[in-house]
Design a protein around this ligand. Structure first.
Ligand code: PLP
Length: 452
């Protein structure tokens, strides 16, 4: 029976699984939530309870669950040719076709796709590409990396070293020799005590003084999410992206935009860098929504300028770009991504997000009149409600407990949001309609009232 299966699942989970970001104090407890099936914007637990998934899996489910066209694309490719090595001069039809399509969609001269298995490996690969680029020019000392506090870039050794959330700096080791964290760049006009211009100047001063301290001749790249996602949906002040790119140009530092969350529709465009933030990065990293979460896939889009230089300067006796994975450009993942892009174009998903995103945010912002809401912020379909008890703002014990109650009440009412510190984070599938958005906001509003 379902109940017996439910129990067996939880027991197996408790005995043998170590989850990503597991709470070690609960390791071995039979407390896991088991999601058993999913359709459209809803998921169902093993007791059959329905939830509206306002998290989109993990920022990644964009076209919703159980999309038959995506499933068919996966099955068809698996039947035709599930896998062959992508190394060296071996190619596959899905990888080559997807690379061509991505070059068309990506801004400027970002015409070269290097596929990886996820966002973390794409970040790793982008930084390695920056290192190779300068080393091939005879400048191997230009290897330091600028990141920011509160950033999240993934969980490989290098990607984790770029992360800037203090809470994640646990007993693991991190690369501190060549990774440096600039100030966290958020600006929220609803709670700010300074003007956007003042904040922007302070951030740029911080960046330039750090560049001068390290020495531009030692710095390879700046890695930045356009909006810091897991760090708490932190939106920088207007003009920040362009001004930081200008600083990078001034000091010959490559700009790597981490669009793992923001690309593929979440902000209403395939790539957000150019349209939303007026920048043309040297590389853009994407993952998650590229396949609507149906297959693990990441990509680094690299500019022609960088590729041309790498090719021209590669050592004659070993002109090999030794980076990549067994599953780089996996045919099933790439076929899924092609189908995903085709559906997004045919169904005008980006236009839908451009219309619904501002509505979602404006409805959600109405909740900020509650005494336990410190602020509501976001952009299109990435949003966050920050809770506080009215005393000290930020991730204090009491504020975190309050946000957990709000999350819990949402879950009881059948809406899943993502708890992080004192924040309730939302990134629903892009196919949500007005009714779904209204339901998320209503349930969140009721949960806030209940918790206050
Ligand atoms: N970069 C950003 C901005 C992310 O949000 C994430 C994951 O949440 C990553 C990179 C890492 O991606 P992945 O978990 O697919 O390795």
């Amino acid at each position: 029976s379902d109940t017996r299966e439910h129990h067996q699942l939880r027991a197996a989970d408790a005995a043998n699984l170590l989850h990503p970001w597991a709470d070690l104090s609960a390791l071995g407890d039979e407390s896991a939530m088991v999601i058993k099936s999913a359709k459209g914007v809803h998921v169902y637990d093993s007791n059959g309870k329905q939830y509206l998934d306002a998290i989109g899996g993990m920022w990644c489910i964009t076209l919703g669950y159980g999309n038959e066209e995506l499933i068919e694309a996966m099955a068809q490719q698996a039947r035709e040719m599930v896998y062959y090595t992508p190394f060296g001069d071996m190619s596959s039809s899905p990888a080559a076709r997807l690379a061509k399509k991505l070059a068309e969609l990506a801004p400027g001269d970002l015409n070269r796709a290097h596929f990886t298995t996820c966002g973390s490996t794409a970040i790793d690969s982008a930084v390695r590409t920056a290192h190779y680029y300068f080393a091939a020019q005879g400048r191997p000392e230009k290897r330091h990396v600028l990141s920011r506090r509160n950033a999240y870039h993934g969980s490989t050794y290098l990607a984790a070293s770029l992360c800037g959330k203090l809470a994640d700096r646990t007993l693991f080791h991190y690369e501190a020799d060549f990774v440096h964290h600039l100030a966290s760049p958020e600006y929220d006009p609803d709670i700010a005590t300074e003007s956007a211009d003042e904040r922007l100047s302070a951030l740029l001063e911080d960046m330039e003084s750090e560049i001068n301290r390290i020495g531009a001749e030692n710095i390879a790249c700046f890695v930045a999410e356009p909006i810091l996602a897991s760090g708490g949906v932190l939106v920088p002040p207007e003009g920040y992206h362009k001004a930081t790119l200008d600083l990078c140009h001034k000091y010959d530092i490559l700009y790597i935009s981490d669009e793992v969350v923001t690309a593929f529709g979440r902000l209403g465009h395939f790539f957000a860098s150019e349209v939303h933030f007026d920048i043309l990065p040297d590389m853009i990293v994407a993952a998650k929504g590229i396949s609507s979460g149906y297959q693990p896939l990441g990509v680094v889009m690299i500019s022609d300028r960088i590729i041309d230089s790498i090719k021209a300067n590669a050592p004659e006796d070993n002109p090999v770009f030794s980076n990549g994975y067994t599953y780089s450009g996996h045919p099933v993942a790439c076929a899924t991504a092609i189908a995903n892009i085709n559906i997004m174009e045919r169904d005008n998903i980006c236009a839908h997000v451009q219309e619904l995103g501002p509505y979602f945010l404006s409805e959600l912002r109405k909740l900020s009149s509650s005494p336990i809401v410190y602020t509501v912020r976001g952009h299109h379909l990435m949003a966050c409600v920050e809770c506080w008890t009215g005393e000290e703002a930020g991730p204090t014990e009491r504020n975190i407990a309050l946000a957990q109650r709000v999350d819990q009440y949402c879950e009881e009412a059948g809406v899943l949001v993502r708890p992080y510190e004192n924040l309730c984070i939302m990134s629903p599938p892009l196919i949500v309609d007005r009714d779904d958005v209204d339901r998320i906001v209503t349930v969140m509003g009721d949960a806030i009232k209940r918790a206050q």
